[in-house]
Write a protein that binds this ligand. Structure first.
Ligand code: SF4
Ligand code: SF4
Length: 244
């Protein structure tokens, strides 16, 4: 996913060894207006930067590495991702320390799915998450930063969605709430939330539709990671409802 000949390749390799094995560099001047408009919404001064870097994890390694470092904080995934991102920036920046982390934990709106599509990492799937031809539904966006360091833009290869050739669509039949429809734009979020909040829900700590997808099953996150992700998102739904 990155250029082996890049002058920063060892830093990129180090990220991959820690589980952030998806790396894309975009020239800001080449990004579509809709993405630039989103980035500008929080009054970010984009003139100070020339690149947007997107980092992600595909598969299990990130979770294995996270378990090794044992971060005992409320948001260990974000904390670990930020730690790796800050170390990467420090390595590639030399005297330039003006890079700005815009995801996670910032007010800047970063259209992650659109950037992921541009990077060739994945395309929208019927369950809402992006799907990768390689990792299936088992990848995620972990960090993004703006920088003036002239990092080599990555070659972002576009690949067709595996959903186009998935005839049986087991994600749809596995969803007990009828939330998963033919495309991401018709995903019935309210059905999903209602089912997840129900007493004894079969989706309290998992997504049966995601688990049923046959693409990239060898990259499926470890069971404790799946439990953590879905228990955390269920708690976020509870918190959101309590604040309404
Ligand atoms: S089960 Fe098929 S349609 Fe559903 S997300 Fe996976 S590949 Fe796409
Ligand atoms: S979490 Fe459950 S209800 Fe929601 S989409 Fe997945 S399978 Fe369907």
């Amino acid at each position: 996913m990155h250029e082996p000949s890049s002058p920063h390749s060892s830093a990129v390799d180090n990220l991959a060894e820690q589980g952030l094995n998806l790396y894309a560099v975009f020239e800001l001047s080449q990004l579509p207006d809709s993405i630039i408009d989103d980035l500008k919404q929080s009054d970010t001064d984009l003139d100070k930067y020339s690149r947007l870097v997107l980092l992600g994890n595909g598969g299990q390694r990130f979770w294995d590495e996270l378990e090794k470092v044992q971060i005992d904080v409320p948001h260990p995934v974000d904390t670990f991702s930020l730690r790796l991102t800050e170390a990467f920036i420090k390595t590639v920046s030399a005297a330039d320390d003006s890079s700005l982390i815009v995801y996670p934990q910032s007010d800047v709106m970063v259209p992650l799915q659109q950037l992921g599509n541009l990077a060739g990492w994945g395309t929208p799937s019927p369950i809402g998450n992006s799907i990768s031809p390689e990792f299936g539904l088992w990848f995620a966006f972990r960090a993004a930063f703006l920088t003036s360091v002239e990092l080599t833009p990555t070659k972002n290869e576009q690949r067709p969605s595996p959903c186009l050739t998935c005839v049986d669509k087991p994600c749809q039949t596995a969803c007990p709430a009828g939330a998963v429809q033919a495309s991401s734009s018709t995903f019935k979020l309210q059905n999903c939330i209602t089912h997840r909040l129900s007493v004894g829900s079969s989706c309290a700590a998992t997504c049966l539709a995601r688990m049923a997808c046959p693409v990239g099953v060898e990259h499926r996150y470890p069971p404790q990671a799946v439990r953590y992700l879905y228990s955390t998102s269920l708690q976020s739904i509870h918190n959101w409802l309590a604040e309404k």
